[in-house]
Design a protein around this ligand. Structure first.
Ligand SMILES: Nc1nc2c(ncn2[C@@H]2O[C@H](COP(=O)(O)OP(=O)(O)OP(=O)(O)O)[C@@H](O)[C@H]2O)c(=O)[nH]1
Ligand SMILES: [Mg+2]
Length: 190
Protein backbone atom coordinates (compact mmCIF):
# COMPACT_ATOMS: atom_id res chain seq x y z
CA UNK A 1 0.00 0.00 0.00
CA UNK A 2 1.39 3.47 -0.77
CA UNK A 3 2.15 5.75 2.16
CA UNK A 4 -1.03 7.66 2.92
CA UNK A 5 -0.48 8.71 6.49
CA UNK A 6 1.84 11.16 8.23
CA UNK A 7 1.78 9.17 11.48
CA UNK A 8 3.41 5.97 12.73
CA UNK A 9 1.28 2.84 13.14
CA UNK A 10 1.56 0.70 16.29
CA UNK A 11 -0.24 -2.46 17.42
CA UNK A 12 0.14 -3.56 21.01
CA UNK A 13 0.10 -7.35 21.04
CA UNK A 14 1.57 -8.45 24.33
CA UNK A 15 -1.64 -9.62 25.98
CA UNK A 16 -2.50 -13.11 27.16
CA UNK A 17 -5.94 -13.49 25.52
CA UNK A 18 -7.12 -15.06 28.76
CA UNK A 19 -10.81 -14.43 28.02
CA UNK A 20 -10.45 -15.75 24.47
CA UNK A 21 -8.65 -18.92 25.58
CA UNK A 22 -6.15 -18.96 22.70
CA UNK A 23 -4.16 -16.22 20.95
CA UNK A 24 -6.92 -13.97 19.62
CA UNK A 25 -4.50 -12.12 17.31
CA UNK A 26 -4.44 -15.30 15.20
CA UNK A 27 -8.20 -16.00 15.32
CA UNK A 28 -9.63 -15.90 11.80
CA UNK A 29 -12.46 -13.62 10.71
CA UNK A 30 -13.54 -13.60 7.05
CA UNK A 31 -10.40 -15.44 5.96
CA UNK A 32 -7.87 -13.25 7.76
CA UNK A 33 -6.44 -13.28 11.30
CA UNK A 34 -7.68 -10.42 13.50
CA UNK A 35 -4.12 -9.07 13.62
CA UNK A 36 -4.09 -8.87 9.80
CA UNK A 37 -7.34 -6.86 9.76
CA UNK A 38 -5.84 -4.33 12.16
CA UNK A 39 -2.48 -4.23 10.35
CA UNK A 40 -4.20 -3.65 7.01
CA UNK A 41 -5.98 -0.59 8.43
CA UNK A 42 -2.53 0.91 9.12
CA UNK A 43 -0.82 -0.23 5.92
CA UNK A 44 -0.59 3.39 4.82
CA UNK A 45 1.90 4.27 7.60
CA UNK A 46 5.55 4.42 6.58
CA UNK A 47 6.73 3.27 10.04
CA UNK A 48 4.82 0.29 11.46
CA UNK A 49 5.54 -1.16 14.92
CA UNK A 50 4.16 -4.19 16.71
CA UNK A 51 4.81 -4.45 20.45
CA UNK A 52 5.26 -8.16 21.10
CA UNK A 53 7.88 -10.74 22.06
CA UNK A 54 10.49 -11.16 19.30
CA UNK A 55 9.46 -13.80 16.77
CA UNK A 56 5.90 -14.19 18.03
CA UNK A 57 4.21 -12.67 14.98
CA UNK A 58 5.43 -12.61 11.38
CA UNK A 59 3.93 -9.46 9.93
CA UNK A 60 5.78 -8.38 6.83
CA UNK A 61 6.70 -4.71 6.84
CA UNK A 62 6.21 -4.39 10.59
CA UNK A 63 9.06 -3.95 13.07
CA UNK A 64 8.70 -5.90 16.30
CA UNK A 65 9.59 -3.91 19.41
CA UNK A 66 9.76 -5.50 22.87
CA UNK A 67 7.65 -4.48 25.82
CA UNK A 68 9.45 -2.11 28.18
CA UNK A 69 7.38 -3.58 31.06
CA UNK A 70 6.15 -7.02 29.91
CA UNK A 71 2.73 -8.05 31.13
CA UNK A 72 1.91 -4.58 32.47
CA UNK A 73 -0.86 -3.90 29.96
CA UNK A 74 -1.55 -1.60 27.03
CA UNK A 75 -0.36 1.63 28.73
CA UNK A 76 3.06 -0.01 28.95
CA UNK A 77 2.63 -1.11 25.33
CA UNK A 78 2.06 2.54 24.40
CA UNK A 79 5.23 3.50 26.25
CA UNK A 80 7.18 0.90 24.26
CA UNK A 81 5.69 2.06 20.95
CA UNK A 82 6.34 5.76 21.63
CA UNK A 83 9.89 4.95 22.74
CA UNK A 84 10.59 3.47 19.29
CA UNK A 85 8.52 5.90 17.23
CA UNK A 86 9.89 8.91 15.37
CA UNK A 87 8.75 12.35 16.58
CA UNK A 88 5.15 13.26 15.85
CA UNK A 89 1.93 11.28 15.92
CA UNK A 90 1.33 7.57 16.54
CA UNK A 91 -1.80 5.55 15.74
CA UNK A 92 -2.09 3.06 18.58
CA UNK A 93 -4.35 0.05 18.74
CA UNK A 94 -4.69 -3.58 19.81
CA UNK A 95 -5.03 -6.88 18.00
CA UNK A 96 -8.76 -7.23 18.58
CA UNK A 97 -10.47 -4.36 16.75
CA UNK A 98 -10.97 -5.86 13.27
CA UNK A 99 -13.47 -3.18 12.22
CA UNK A 100 -10.75 -0.53 11.92
CA UNK A 101 -10.16 0.86 8.42
CA UNK A 102 -7.87 3.40 6.75
CA UNK A 103 -10.86 5.77 6.66
CA UNK A 104 -11.21 5.49 10.44
CA UNK A 105 -7.59 6.55 10.96
CA UNK A 106 -7.89 9.33 8.39
CA UNK A 107 -10.91 10.71 10.26
CA UNK A 108 -9.00 10.74 13.56
CA UNK A 109 -6.01 12.40 11.89
CA UNK A 110 -8.23 15.10 10.42
CA UNK A 111 -9.41 15.96 13.94
CA UNK A 112 -5.96 16.81 15.30
CA UNK A 113 -5.55 20.39 16.48
CA UNK A 114 -2.29 22.30 16.99
CA UNK A 115 -2.47 21.95 20.78
CA UNK A 116 -3.97 18.46 21.10
CA UNK A 117 -1.79 15.52 22.08
CA UNK A 118 -4.34 12.69 21.70
CA UNK A 119 -7.35 12.06 19.47
CA UNK A 120 -9.84 9.42 20.65
CA UNK A 121 -13.02 8.13 19.01
CA UNK A 122 -16.25 7.85 21.00
CA UNK A 123 -17.71 4.37 21.42
CA UNK A 124 -21.45 3.63 21.01
CA UNK A 125 -22.00 4.67 24.65
CA UNK A 126 -20.23 7.98 24.06
CA UNK A 127 -17.09 7.04 25.98
CA UNK A 128 -13.64 7.75 24.56
CA UNK A 129 -11.96 4.51 23.33
CA UNK A 130 -8.23 4.82 24.13
CA UNK A 131 -7.23 1.59 22.35
CA UNK A 132 -7.88 2.92 18.84
CA UNK A 133 -6.51 6.42 19.09
CA UNK A 134 -3.78 8.83 18.04
CA UNK A 135 -1.14 9.86 20.56
CA UNK A 136 1.66 12.39 20.18
CA UNK A 137 5.17 11.38 21.13
CA UNK A 138 5.34 14.42 23.42
CA UNK A 139 3.21 12.36 25.85
CA UNK A 140 6.02 9.89 26.52
CA UNK A 141 7.41 11.55 29.72
CA UNK A 142 3.86 11.86 31.14
CA UNK A 143 3.17 8.17 30.40
CA UNK A 144 6.47 7.09 31.95
CA UNK A 145 5.66 9.07 35.09
CA UNK A 146 2.23 7.40 35.31
CA UNK A 147 3.70 3.92 34.92
CA UNK A 148 6.48 4.59 37.43
CA UNK A 149 3.78 5.63 39.92
CA UNK A 150 1.94 2.33 39.43
CA UNK A 151 -0.82 3.64 37.14
CA UNK A 152 -1.99 1.18 34.44
CA UNK A 153 -5.15 2.80 33.01
CA UNK A 154 -4.67 3.54 29.32
CA UNK A 155 -7.38 6.18 29.40
CA UNK A 156 -5.09 8.38 31.50
CA UNK A 157 -2.36 8.42 28.83
CA UNK A 158 -3.25 11.98 27.84
CA UNK A 159 -4.24 14.80 30.22
CA UNK A 160 -7.93 15.61 29.65
CA UNK A 161 -7.35 19.14 28.41
CA UNK A 162 -5.11 17.90 25.61
CA UNK A 163 -7.48 15.26 24.21
CA UNK A 164 -9.85 15.63 21.28
CA UNK A 165 -12.87 13.29 21.06
CA UNK A 166 -14.40 12.31 17.74
CA UNK A 167 -17.96 11.06 17.26
CA UNK A 168 -19.42 9.18 14.33
CA UNK A 169 -16.79 6.42 14.24
CA UNK A 170 -18.20 3.92 16.71
CA UNK A 171 -19.10 1.39 14.00
CA UNK A 172 -15.39 0.67 13.55
CA UNK A 173 -14.85 -0.05 17.24
CA UNK A 174 -16.20 -3.55 17.73
CA UNK A 175 -13.93 -5.45 20.01
CA UNK A 176 -13.27 -9.20 20.27
CA UNK A 177 -12.52 -10.47 23.75
CA UNK A 178 -14.23 -13.88 23.71
CA UNK A 179 -14.96 -16.60 21.12
CA UNK A 180 -18.66 -15.74 21.44
CA UNK A 181 -17.95 -12.14 20.43
CA UNK A 182 -16.03 -13.36 17.40
CA UNK A 183 -18.81 -15.78 16.41
CA UNK A 184 -21.24 -12.88 16.36
CA UNK A 185 -19.24 -11.28 13.55
CA UNK A 186 -18.46 -14.31 11.42
CA UNK A 187 -20.56 -14.28 8.27
CA UNK A 188 -23.13 -17.07 8.24
CA UNK A 189 -22.42 -19.64 5.52
CA UNK A 190 -24.59 -19.97 2.38
N1 LIG B 1 2.43 -4.88 24.60
C1 LIG B 1 1.46 -5.28 25.45
N2 LIG B 1 0.19 -5.35 25.00
C2 LIG B 1 -0.74 -5.79 25.86
C3 LIG B 1 -0.47 -6.14 27.20
N3 LIG B 1 -1.63 -6.54 27.79
C4 LIG B 1 -2.59 -6.44 26.85
N4 LIG B 1 -2.07 -6.01 25.68
C5 LIG B 1 -2.76 -5.79 24.41
O1 LIG B 1 -3.76 -4.83 24.61
C6 LIG B 1 -4.86 -5.10 23.76
C7 LIG B 1 -6.16 -5.10 24.52
O2 LIG B 1 -6.05 -5.95 25.64
P1 LIG B 1 -7.11 -7.06 26.01
O3 LIG B 1 -8.31 -6.97 25.15
O4 LIG B 1 -7.30 -7.04 27.48
O5 LIG B 1 -6.27 -8.34 25.55
P2 LIG B 1 -5.59 -9.42 26.44
O6 LIG B 1 -4.94 -8.81 27.63
O7 LIG B 1 -4.75 -10.22 25.50
O8 LIG B 1 -6.85 -10.30 26.83
P3 LIG B 1 -7.40 -10.72 28.28
O9 LIG B 1 -6.31 -11.55 28.89
O10 LIG B 1 -8.64 -11.51 27.96
O11 LIG B 1 -7.66 -9.42 29.01
C8 LIG B 1 -4.54 -6.41 23.04
O12 LIG B 1 -4.06 -6.09 21.75
C9 LIG B 1 -3.47 -7.01 23.90
O13 LIG B 1 -2.55 -7.85 23.17
C10 LIG B 1 0.89 -6.04 27.64
O14 LIG B 1 1.24 -6.31 28.78
N5 LIG B 1 1.80 -5.60 26.74
MG1 LIG C 1 -6.31 -7.52 29.21
Amino acid sequence: MPVLFDFTGAITAGGRSSRFGSDKALAVLRGRPLLRHVADSLGGCSVRLIVAPAGKYALEGWETVPDTRPGEGPLAGLEAALTHAPPGWLAFTGVDLPGLTPAFWAALAASRTPHSRAVLPLDPEGRPQPLAALYHRDLLPHIQTLLDAGERRLRLACPAGQSVHVGGLSEALWNVNTPAELARYIDPGP
